[in-house]
Design a protein around this ligand. Sequence first.
Ligand SMILES: C[S@@+](CC[C@H](N)C(=O)[O-])C[C@H]1O[C@@H](n2cnc3c(N)ncnc32)[C@H](O)[C@@H]1O
Length: 405
Amino acid sequence: MLATEKQYVQWFENETLRHARWLSESNQVPPARIVLVDDKTSADEAYRLACAGTSMLWQGDFQNARQLLQALTRRIERSEQRKMSKAANKLSKAAESEFDTKLENAKEIPNLFHQQRQAQAQRSRLLSRLLLELDAGYVSQLRRAPDVSAACTAAFGKLDEPCLISFRDLQGALGAAGWRAKGVPITNLGLSIFPHYGVFAPTRHEYVQLLLDAPLPNKHEVAFDIGTGTGLLAIILAQRGVKQIIATDLNPRALACARENFERLALSSVQLQQADLYPTEVPLANLIVCNPPWLPAKPTSPLEYAVYDANSAMLRGVLQGVKQHLAEQGEVWLILSDLAEHLQLRSRDELLGWVADAGLEVKYRLDTTPKHGRSQDNTDPLFAARSSEITSLWCLVPFDNCNNT
Ligand SMILES: C[S@@+](CC[C@H](N)C(=O)[O-])C[C@H]1O[C@@H](n2cnc3c(N)ncnc32)[C@H](O)[C@@H]1O
């Protein structure tokens, strides 16, 4: 899973020039300036270095590096909170005042969203400046270092040379290994899904019930699950009795993950294809399901491809391909949150325009209200938008179908 183009990084250690492979899942460029730090380095000093663009190669105790990362995170959060609370104050004052100001307030929402993403990117850059060295096979020589080899191999693929990696990416790999071992319980299905590193984990799965509640089309022999991720939607369709399901994804990690989940459940009705949207050389589908990334914004790293869909390209691509892939009397089930509308990143009219342009119309819509932590956090400047979010299953059919049923 390592990027095909290898990148290397070099630094001085006791006046000796060293070099190693550079690994960064968040697409950070190899650092130009690296200093050595250890248990004696204070959190304030580390924060100052990180803000000044200096990367720090940890030489101390492994567990202390973990604490330093937490201390850095707190300092970054305090600085972010100061910036965001200024913006939030502006919004809440506007919300209490006159209509004109409320309009101003509404105009601020896309800016606030943009600011939040910039803050996230800055946080990721700063936290990625604490590095550690791993020997070939992902072995750390640091004091009290755990065995990270299996978690790193599962996340990043085999590596037969030493590397520098950020502590943050390493923690991501360890966290993912935990999820993969433990699984995410999907209570209304009575099973657990086992996500892999870099694959959209259905921790927020309010839409599962929508897929269980939607009436299957009369003919439902063949279904496509476009952008299958962990395979969750395909599993629901299989449980509901669809005989042949073809699931696609562009991300090889998703395909490996879905395959493992299907095997755990001994599902023989699902085939997997690596494809940009639609599978090839398969029959027409009676049902096409898709849960595209919900926010039309540019992903900044491969890990964001499941969350952000630049210019709604996946959503529009799926809609445009329906006519070519749907059997007569077939249906499309699109899972979509309206958060993008509340954030003014896409309008309802735009969405309905794309549906109509694809020769489709809405047969019905099932809605649910998400209960995840972020929608309840009233300190978030975008609370009004996030707490109004509705997740829907849009059942779409070709114009002529709807009139004939
Ligand atoms: C929001 S996730 C949904 C995953 C899964 N269907 C679910 O509901 O849990 C979107 C998925 O679409 C995949 N994807 C994005 N663009 C794609 C494309 N052009 N073709 C196929 N899959 C794509 C991503 O890799 C990701 O796994």
